[in-house]
Design a protein around this ligand. Structure first.
Ligand code: RNT
Ligand code: ZN
Length: 414
């Protein structure tokens, strides 16, 4: 009898009591939100041409998408090479309109082009207000500025964005994640750490005073340890937002580039799951700092996926990616990160989680270590290849298609 490598893999996993078919069925329904901003180096369509506010893209690989049509074309190319259920994560600066961009007057109409493109394909969206790369960022501050007119402007912006997210959620029939991140902070030692935080708290109170049905919108706040140019103090720190979120029924978004290098988001996920019904993620890869490199199939990614799967949290953890590498082909950047996120979830779904938990609870730590090591070399690749085939996307030869697209389309963008 001719046995495929997938059949053999299934048998090997079965020896550990793992049902491969069940894992594949679960995997294909886990949504991963793909960040639109990898395609154009976080520039957007507002007419601006640079990124500022504590985050940075580096590199000038040719072919950046310069408008909606180009970005859509690139996203379509990328998603044709990505298995599973995809969402698209938008930022306010990706508004598509003939009028000049006015951050405090945006409506869902400004995102109609995205919705008209995605909804018929079954693609759902997430949303982010954009509080950077804008002249109303004064002295590096937005919602925590001492200037009331600056705070009021940004409060209006975030309120517009929440309404847009709610409308999107209604239209798509699944909650739209509306994530707030700001870069407010100081380059050098501050004289007052409390007042800026009290001002941010007051701004958030005004923003979240408007209540929406959680069926349509999930609000999240994203903390950060520091950014370029704001090395000494971040207003929206981890403790600040976690307490704000807990007291106000909002969700925390954990970006794994936003902590000290020896703090792990994989450990934070279960800590938050003990208190929250939802946890949102920005999965990224920091190299020495929040450098937003492409997500690779690394230990911490696998650990994050394991925490989601073994805690039965596939519908509680909202998975999104967040990185922007401008030094390589941007479509490949998307494809590698999105595929790796799913590969890590598959890896986690193929663990005998019940058995491992039992070994821990019965203090069988030797056997736990031995088994965990054995599991590392089970034939994940054969199951992954089968998943790609069933999802009708290219296998390991996918890069050929990106190269062709680069020659035909990207290289013409000069
Ligand atoms: C910045 C945050 C934030 C942004 C995006 C563009 O450090 O991670 O999430 O990367 O909103
Ligand atoms: Zn982020």
């Amino acid at each position: 009898m001719n046995c495929s490598s997938f059949d053999l893999a299934k048998q090997q996993y079965a020896k550990y009591g793992i049902d491969v078919e069940k894992a594949l069925d679960l995997l294909k329904n886990v949504p991963v939100s793909m960040h639109c901003w990898q395609g154009d180096d976080v520039i957007g369509f507002t007419g601006g041409d640079s990124l500022s506010g504590g985050i940075q893209t580096t590199g000038n690989y040719p072919g950046r998408a310069r408008n909606f049509d180009e970005l859509i074309a690139d996203i379509e190319k990328a998603i044709s090479l990505i298995p599973g259920k995809k969402r698209i994560n938008l930022h306010a600066i990706y508004a598509v309109s003939n009028k000049p961009y006015e951050a405090d007057k945006l409506t869902v109409e400004d995102f109609k082009a995205w919705l008209d493109w995605g909804l018929p394909k079954g693609i759902h969206f997430d949303f982010n207000p954009t509080l950077f790369s804008h002249p109303m960022v004064k002295d590096g501050l937005t919602l925590s500025s001492p200037d009331k007119s600056v705070r009021d402007f940004w409060i209006k912006h975030v309120k517009c964005c929440r309404e847009i997210a709610m409308e999107i959620g209604k239209l798509q029939g699944s909650a739209c994640l509306c994530n707030l991140w700001i870069a407010d902070g100081f380059k050098d030692v501050p004289a007052d750490r409390l007042t800026p935080r009290l001002r941010l708290k007051d701004s958030l109170d005004q923003i979240y005073a408007v209540k929406y049905d959680r069926e349509y919108i999930v609000d999240s706040v994203e903390s950060k340890v520091f950014g370029i140019g704001i090395e000494s103090f971040t207003v929206g720190s981890n403790e600040f937002y976690q307490n704000y979120a807990a007291k106000n029924g909002i969700c925390c978004l954990l970006d794994n580039g936003h902590y000290h290098p020896l703090e792990y988001v994989s450990d934070k996920i279960p800590a938050l799951l003990a208190f929250y019904d939802r946890v949102a993620l920005h999965v990224t890869r920091g190299v020495r700092w929040d450098s937003d490199h492409v997500v690779l199939f690394e230990d911490e990614l696998k650990e994050i996926a394991k925490e989601i799967v073994r805690n039965d949290a596939l519908d509680k953890v909202l998975i999104g990616l967040d990185y922007f590498d401008a030094s390589i082909n941007r479509i490949s950047a998307w494809v590698v990160g999105m595929r790796n996120m799913q590969k890590a979830l598959l890896f986690a779904l193929l663990q005998p989680n019940q058995k491992l938990k039992e070994l821990q609870d019965s203090a069988n730590f030797t056997e736990l270590m031995v088994l965990q090591e054995e599991l590392k070399t089970l034939p994940l690749g054969a199951v992954w290849d089968e998943y790609l085939q069933r999802e009708k996307v290219a296998g390991s030869e996918w890069f050929k298609e990106v190269k062709e697209y680069q020659d035909k389309v990207l290289s013409k963008r000069v």
